[in-house]
Design a protein around this ligand. Structure first.
Ligand code: UDP
Ligand code: MN
Length: 306
């Protein structure tokens, strides 16, 4: 049987241990508080450092996210419902403001690319141009939606010949190429007349290994064409056919009677005539919402050749 004194000693011991453990517990708490206090004493500095750290981490994250967005987007697939396309004629082509409004998210200069995928090719579309405003409006109105449906990363370059000298379509195309590469890392160049609209969305405005004729079966004679005579293209076997807007031959654009003999000699002349010998003066480069207009003075035709 335990004596009264003995049990009192045990009680005392337990109490002391209990009190000590409480003390340790509170001491810990106390030191934690001290830590916090220590922090808050240096808070100005600490917070500044903390904020800097957080900010750099955050901006890193944002950068990483951005890199992810731009680099890791999947490659674009073609929609599987591409099919015949019929040219749309807008009521008033006097100005493109309605269309420009619709594409207000475009980068100026008619450069556009898909939002949520990476296109494999960066395509410059070069249009030789002079005094065909109505055709241009119809072309833009139809071709922007067309190219967007094909998930294209593209820019439109309308190369306008300044002055009244004979229209030099090929030179304007070469100039378009030279001016476009200065602006963006284009990997594909498509040269289109302003009056040609493809008739099928499966006629891909893309480059392949070899040059490709986008409009090899012109349908000029089959259509009674609504819009001041445009051409519509449709691919061979139904895909690359295209519509041509019908029009009269422009003054200053008479057929070159020497073009056939010149073309026959092309393989001899290609090294001396063309991109390598391109002389021109840029008069202006204007960034419109739906296209970039490059106005150039191409000089006079060389007398000894023409
Ligand atoms: N072109 C132009 N203004 C002219 C002549 C030609 O803009 O005064 C451009 C336009 O892009 C046109 C292309 O050159 O579609 C070919 O000219 P055109 O349409 O007269 O040739 P064709 O219809 O006989 O192929
Ligand atoms: Mn034409």
């Amino acid at each position: 049987m335990m004596g009264y004194r003995k049990s009192f000693v045990i009680f005392l011991c337990v109490t002391v241990i209990f009190i000590f453990s409480l003390k340790f517990f509170f001491l810990d708490k106390y030191f934690e508080d001290m830590d916090i206090k220590a922090y808050s004493i240096h808070s100005a500095n600490q917070m500044k450092k903390g904020a800097q750290y957080l900010f750099s981490k955050l901006s890193n994250d944002v950068n990483n996210m951005y890199m992810y967005e731009t680099q890791k987007l999947p490659y674009c697939d073609l929609p599987n419902d591409l099919g015949p396309y019929s040219i749309k004629i807008h009521d008033s082509f006097d100005n493109t403001s309605a269309l420009a409004f619709q594409y207000a998210n475009f980068a100026l200069g008619g450069h556009n690319k898909p939002d949520n995928c990476t296109a494999l090719q960066k395509i410059a579309i070069v249009i030789p141009f002079r005094n065909r405003e109505q055709h241009l409006q119809i072309w833009l109105y139809n071709m922007h939606p067309f190219l967007q449906r094909q998930q294209a990363d593209y820019g439109i370059y309308v190369v306008e010949q300044y002055g009244n000298s004979k229209f030099n379509r090929a030179k304007l195309m070469n100039i378009g190429y030279k001016e476009a590469v200065k602006e963006y890392n284009y990997s594909c160049f498509i040269f289109s007349d302003v009056d040609i609209i493809p008739m099928d969305q499966r006629n891909l405005y893309r480059c392949s290994k070899n040059p490709k004729h986008m409009a090899h079966s012109l349908d000029k004679f089959q259509f009674r064409v609504v819009a001041a005579g445009m051409q519509i293209e449709r691919a061979a076997n139904n895909i690359s056919k295209a519509k041509a807007v019908l029009h009269h031959r422009d003054i200053g654009n008479e057929r070159n009677p020497k073009s056939v003999p010149l073309i026959k000699k092309a393989s001899e002349r290609m090294h001396i005539d063309g991109l390598s010998s391109l002389n021109y003066t840029v008069i202006s480069i204007t960034k419109h919402r739906l296209y970039t207009k490059v106005t150039v003075d191409v000089g006079l035709p060389e007398k000894d050749i023409y």
